[in-house]
Write a protein that binds this ligand. Sequence first.
Ligand SMILES: Cc1cc2nc3c(=O)[nH]c(=O)nc-3n(C[C@H](O)[C@H](O)[C@H](O)COP(=O)(O)OP(=O)(O)OC[C@H]3O[C@@H](n4cnc5c(N)ncnc54)[C@H](O)[C@@H]3O)c2cc1C
Ligand SMILES: *[C@@H]1O[C@H](CO)[C@@H](O)[C@H](O)[C@H]1NC(C)=O
Ligand SMILES: *[C@@H]1O[C@H](CO)[C@@H](O)[C@H](O)[C@H]1NC(C)=O
Ligand SMILES: *[C@@H]1O[C@H](CO)[C@@H](O)[C@H](O)[C@H]1NC(C)=O
Ligand SMILES: *[C@@H]1O[C@H](CO)[C@@H](O)[C@H](O)[C@H]1NC(C)=O
Ligand SMILES: *[C@@H]1O[C@H](CO)[C@@H](O)[C@H](O)[C@H]1NC(C)=O
Length: 536
Amino acid sequence: MQIQRNGPGARLLLILVFFVLSFSQSLYLVCAQPESMGPGGPVVLIVGSGISGLAAAEKLHKHGFQNIKILEATGRTGGRIWTHSFAKGLVELGAQWIHGPSPENPVFQLSSQFGLLGPGALLEENQKIDVAGHPSSIPVVYSSSGKQISPDVFMSIVDSYTSWLDKARNFSNSDCDPDASVGSFIQQEIVHSSQEWDKALIGFNMALLKGLLNRECCVSGTHSMDHVALCPFGEYTMFPGLDCTLPKGFESLVDHIKAQLPNGSVLLNKEVKTVHWNGSFQDNDSHVYPVQVHCEDGSTFVADHVIVTVPLGFLKKRTMDFLSPPLPQSKIQAIKNLGFGTNNKILLEFEKPFWGPNCSFIQLVWEGDSLAEPKKDLKQNWMKKLPIFVVLGPPEQLGHVLCGFIAGEESEFMETLTDKEVLSTMTTLLRQFTGNPELPPPVSILRTKWYSQSYTGGSYSYVAVGSSGTDIEILAEPLPTDKDALTPLQVLFGGEATERNFYSTTHGALMSGRREAQRLISRYPVLEASLSKAKL
Ligand SMILES: Cc1cc2nc3c(=O)[nH]c(=O)nc-3n(C[C@H](O)[C@H](O)[C@H](O)COP(=O)(O)OP(=O)(O)OC[C@H]3O[C@@H](n4cnc5c(N)ncnc54)[C@H](O)[C@@H]3O)c2cc1C
Ligand SMILES: *[C@@H]1O[C@H](CO)[C@@H](O)[C@H](O)[C@H]1NC(C)=O
Ligand SMILES: *[C@@H]1O[C@H](CO)[C@@H](O)[C@H](O)[C@H]1NC(C)=O
Ligand SMILES: *[C@@H]1O[C@H](CO)[C@@H](O)[C@H](O)[C@H]1NC(C)=O
Ligand SMILES: *[C@@H]1O[C@H](CO)[C@@H](O)[C@H](O)[C@H]1NC(C)=O
Ligand SMILES: *[C@@H]1O[C@H](CO)[C@@H](O)[C@H](O)[C@H]1NC(C)=O
């Protein structure tokens, strides 16, 4: 309980704070310090050890908070950053690229500070390249009739498509129909532009565009671009820089952040069942705490503050009972409104590559495919949603590995199949597209099942039709919601889905963790002050 109490020490602290910090908030908040707060500061629990939870812990720790525990449901840290061994090296089951690796990107900053970047990423010229999310390399394009399509034909359609996507990012809520989707907007542009196409090419171009839209579904983590809201689409912000990977795996970044925390900060296999707040919970140290966390294994933890960083997909499943008292109606609505879909990877290892040394990805075009919704018979048709295989490398270190991407309901269906079934389907598919019925099957397969991961429930968030950036801000608001600066914060919310301009990324997740840490830090100027003093 943070009650105003002015003990004799308070005046002294006040004076100290005056010298160390600016006036803003401090005076008032120092008075709100709990008197029984130990030297380690308030007790903070963090739910989830993804990059957002770890970044929050690291920042709090650096600012003098010593009573921090991270509760993680699974047996590992990193969440949706998950490096796994495959073929002769390492692959990423979750985040793969630093999107926009340039000095403004905090994931780039940290990776560079820890010495985790390869030589290419460190080149200043690469950091300045502004691809605005468009892949810059030229693919090998195959059609379902087993023909290779000239990259020029493909790239001319890609150019039009890219310009429509740029246009879609150019709306704001004032000049846009709130019910419009990115998908419907692009379809309008396609219809408009198809009037100028050679009649004989219309069918083929449509099939090509369908492949590009399916690829976009992977980028947005959605079943259909018709589900992605048009008006706020441009709020998603991209840093410049040519996307890069971390040679020792994305998880090496997580491990470096974790290493800055005291040993034992992370408790694994601790699934949080309910966060009880707005209460008075006594520990055996006679202090009374407003929050108590109940875990699935029966253990409980009291806290002054809890930072919840669980994925939106988990919150969607547990909206009504993850907190007690339950979330306020505005947050329940925001959780419902925002989108959280599935994007999975199918990793295939080949003994020998059937692609050339300069090929960076293979694009598939299903001839006869139209812009209409795909057929519902998922068993027959799921693989038609897979638009692209990215060539992973380098082959000297990894071997010959393709990474297929597939999003939406078809992707969720794929999770229910066995490895053997998926491998056999992929072999058939690649034989069909390369026109080589003898193509040797992959020697091994590894795929992700992000939808079935019970603590994630999908891949990442997007702003769905019917929601807006405001929902993201509402999701990020701490509890209690009254804006009285005297009310101590109890439950705070981080995670990828709470960053209005950077959702669905590792840097967005990292920023959200730091943002919530800062929200607490600014409420405890005394800690900051004592830390600054200690440093003098
Ligand atoms: C397939 C895929 C590809 C991606 N590619 C990229 C990419 O190339 N570049 C990029 O920047 N981003 C990418 N992302 C997104 C990026 O991985 C995420 O945005 C980011 O890692 C999310 O971090 P987070 O801390 O918010 O959530 P998470 O990493 O999901 O962490 C949340 C943690 O909470 C835990 N948890 C859940 N429920 C409970 C509970 N009840 N009790 C205790 N713990 C709980 C979970 O187990 C998890 O560890 C990708 C994601 C996926 C799935
Ligand atoms: C975006 O809108 C502005 C003005 O509204 C316009 O000048 C610009 O050309 C548009 N850009 C694109 C890519 O459509
Ligand atoms: C934490 O544990 C690791 C290995 O388990 C050890 O190397 C390290 O010194 C420990 N750090 C502290 C601060 O105790
Ligand atoms: C919090 O507790 C107070 C006092 O018991 C009560 O009046 C208030 O309604 C509670 N708030 C919520 C959100 O349950
Ligand atoms: C409270 O008591 C339990 C056992 O009853 C003990 O394990 C725990 O360390 C105690 N906590 C504090 C803060 O003293
Ligand atoms: C691959 O790219 C390199 C450098 O860009 C070039 O020198 C080489 O000729 C290319 N090889 C093929 C087979 O296209």
